[in-house]
Design a binder for this molecule. Structure first.
Ligand code: IVH
Length: 739
């Protein structure tokens, strides 16, 4: 009977959310206001920052209305963070975008002493320095937080932006101003000074924050880095202000005046200006000294009071940094020497197969959850079937040839942000009945054959766009941040639309016909759960905004295997317009048909040798594997038609040849010969390419300019015969303005 009694009691008190405002007691009203504040905040956050509305517009309005009514009846109970005080309804508009004046790059990694020695050697080679010429570096901890760029104009902080994709970040100025260690003004600074560094949270502050979150029944953070990122990216500045964030300055972007002549002095200058700089920053005279400092920092790691994940080495002299310049996403003059990953043992519960965008069958380890480096890990990548079998990429054994079986005890590690991996298997704990894993030979999603090509460890579904998994992953890629980046249409939404019967999105073009199709439907999207008038309007507007798209983004968005952002940009710059790009690729597809007058085979190599193929293959910076994949995509009628349907919905913006600042050598073909005295060949080539020139190895009728140093032989002679302009090294430097 006691049980029945408690049932009756539970049933007797209706959920607080249902109690009419007029019937609430003061105590209930207080609890209700707390619940509503949380619910409204969660709805705001979901709508504005997570691209995933949790309530529809009407539901949102009901929450706000109820909150207002309770506050009317109990004015004394109104909370200091009352949602009714937030002007304009939901908090602001998400974050604005900031285009970085100088791109925010990442760092290449070194994992062992050999990598550090190579780093020094490659810099010496690039600069043409003998191994006994002194070369100074700085070494400093790599802070595990998130990078922030602070723009000061005439000494006043005007913008703070996150890294974002490196080119465009989020405007978090109001939040950055709440961080104590970020100065609002810089004495004696005129013009522009962009200071860059890392926002982080100390271990002590992190523990206290999580304790507070837990006591308030709110979500706790997995590690200080997540806590720092979550705190900086708060739409409500008051929340950021209450979070104990700190900032270390270690770099800079645009500067009107050089900060100093060396990295070390530049950091000292930032410290004088009022920034925190890392006290473990040292000058070192070569790889040995760098590694000795690495060992010291590694030994101090546990007692620093904040997370670091390695040591960053930078060439000290800024004029050398300038000469060394950048690769596509990383500077040549710096490297991050990472600490070894943390390890943990756990049991493998199962192996799932995921089918990716390009049909790759990826095995994923389902693990008994285990904490590795402060984060709970329950999945790890198993790469491919060879990896599971204990065979490496080059056919030689890995893990001493031990295979991985369901039921095994496996050692898991995480390195940086990457997906957890499996380092080892403990055969002594293998269950007697554990069976070798048999990798599927048909696609688990669509049943098509899953095939392996020669030289490829990856098994791929042959279903193409008929495979729902590939189609959904293609769509997710299409809407991703580096691709179409449509606000309110993230991975979750495209997945839902893909399976939607009334308003299906099965290919990218369908996104752009959503509004038209919704108009024609009787049942409207706005009347569905999770949607409302405003959210539908916003979505359709966000889609329309992306009808104008740059050529490089479009090419990247197509999700063609091997065509990443860099290759897409290279194609865009080479062809300039969609029509020029498409026509050449199509011509490469069509040529052998007419040339051979018969049906074509299935391998991309059949295109090899045609004039348009050769034209594609000659593009600097993309290899023939990429070209084969591109041509193969356009050779597939269904894919080609889907691309045409998409492009018909868009206005594709042309891309200009590289911005070369009016360079006199842009578009020219240059050949270097003889010995150069003020720079190495590698440096000369990189500089010329940076100015938009193409650097060739031999002189031909296509050569525009020969740069000949002492000892130039046959090339100079040939250039003279062909009447090609020839300059010496100084003439070249004067031409490009480096003299
Ligand atoms: S220098 C041009 N120094 O590491 C490169 N980066 O993996 C400028 N980081 O995006 C970066 N501590 O967020 C530099 N002492 C340090 C750093 C550091 C942490 C971060 C930074 C960067 C990432 C690259």
């Amino acid at each position: 009977m006691a049980d029945a009694g408690s049932d009756v009691k539970l049933g007797a008190e209706p959920a607080l959310a249902e109690v009419p405002v007029a019937d609430l007691t003061a105590e209930q009203a207080q609890r209700e206001l707390a619940r509503l504040a949380l619910a409204i905040e969660a709805a705001n956050r979901a709508y504005h920052t997570e691209d995933a509305p949790v309530v529809d517009d009407a539901g949102y309005d009901r929450l706000k209305q109820r909150n207002a009514e309770i506050e009317d009846r109990f004015p004394d109970l109104k909370r200091s963070d009352s949602p009714s005080e937030q002007v304009g309804g939901p908090v602001a508009e998400g974050f604005g975008k900031v285009t970085h004046a100088v791109r925010m790059l990442s760092l290449a990694n070194a994992f062992d002493p050999a990598d550090v020695v190579d780093f020094d050697a490659s810099i010496r080679k690039y600069l043409g320095l003998a191994s006994d010429t002194p070369l100074i570096y700085t070494a400093e901890p790599k802070i595990d937080g998130l990078s922030l760029s602070l723009r000061y104009e005439d000494g006043r902080l005007v913008t703070a932006a996150t890294r974002g994709d490196g080119a465009v970040g989020e405007n978090v100025t109001a939040n950055a101003r709440t961080i104590d260690t970020i100065p609002e003004t810089l004495a004696g600074v005129t013009g522009v000074l962009e200071v860059r560094g890392e926002v982080y949270m100390s271990h002590a502050d992190f523990a206290a924050l999580n304790a507070r979150q837990e006591a308030a029944g709110q979500k706790t953070f997995a590690n200080p880095r997540n806590a720092a990122a979550g705190s900086l990216r708060q739409l409500d500045t008051k929340v950021t202000a209450a979070r104990p964030l700190r900032f270390f300055a270690y770099a800079w972007g645009e500067v009107s005046e050089p900060l100093a002549q060396t990295q070390f002095e530049a950091i000292a200058r930032l410290s004088d200006l009022g920034f925190d700089t890392n006290p473990l920053t040292r000058r070192c005279d070569g790889p040995e000294a760098l590694m000795a400092h690495y060992d010291r920092i590694a030994a101090d790691r546990a007692t620093l009071g904040y997370d670091i994940d390695g040591v960053v080495y930078k060439v000290d002299k800024l004029d050398l940094q300038r000469r060394l310049g950048f690769r596509s996403t990383t500077p040549r003059w710096a490297i991050a020497h990472k600490f070894p990953a943390e390890l943990a043992w756990t049991q493998l519960k199962g192996i799932d197969i995921q089918v990716g965008r390009t049909g790759a069958l990826s095995p994923v380890a389902r693990l008994e959850p285990v904490t590795v480096g402060g984060v709970v890990v329950s999945n790890a990548t198993l790469h491919n079937e060879d990896y599971i079998a204990g065979v490496g990429g080059d056919g030689s054994p890995i893990r001493d040839g031990k295979d991985i079986r369901v039921g095994d005890w496996v050692q898991v590690y995480r390195a940086g942000d990457v997906i957890p991996k499996i380092a080892d298997v403990d055969l002594t704990r293998r269950p007697d009945d554990a069976e070798p894993f048999s990798f599927p030979t048909v696609c688990p999603e669509c049943g098509s054959d899953a095939l392996r090509e020669d030289d490829d460890a990856v098994r791929r579904c042959s279903g193409g766009l008929i495979c729902p998994a590939q189609a959904v992953e293609q769509l997710k890629h299409f809407v991703s941040r580096q691709a179409f980046d449509i606000e309110g249409l993230g991975a979750k939404q495209v997945e839902a639309f893909y399976h939607d019967d009334q308003l299906p999105v099965r290919e990218p073009a369908d996104i752009f016909t959503l509004a038209r199709r919704d108009d024609e439907n009787v049942a409207k999207l706005k009347n569905r759960d999770g949607w409302g008038e405003t959210s539908v309007k916003n979505l359709m507007q966000a889609i329309d905004e992306k009808r104008q798209i740059s050529l490089n983004r479009l090419i990247f968005s197509l999700g063609i295997r091997h065509v990443g952002e860099t290759a897409a940009m290279t194609f865009a710059r080479h062809f300039g317009s969609w029509d020029a790009f498409r026509d050449t690729v199509r011509a490469a597809v069509d040529e052998p048909l007419t040339a051979q007058g018969g049906p074509v085979g299935t391998s991309a190599s059949r295109f090899d040798g045609s004039p348009h193929w050769a034209q594609l293959d000659a593009i600097d910076g993309v290899g023939s594997v990429t070209i084969a994949s591109l041509v193969e995509t356009f050779a597939n009628d269904a894919e080609r038609a889907a691309i045409d349907r998409l492009v018909a919905e868009l206005q594709v913006q042309d891309v200009a040849a590289p911005a070369t600042g009016g360079s006199p050598v842009a578009g020219k073909t240059v050949v270097f010969t003889g010995s150069l005295e003020k720079m190495t060949r590698a440096e000369a080539k990189a500089r010329a390419e940076g100015l938009g020139a193409k650097v060739a190895g031999s002189v031909s009728a296509k050569t525009d300019l020969l740069v000949a140093g002492p000892g130039a032989g046959s090339k100079a002679k040939k250039a003279a015969e062909l009447g090609i302009e020839t300059l010496d090294e100084d003439g070249w430097l004067a031409l490009i303005g480096d003299a």
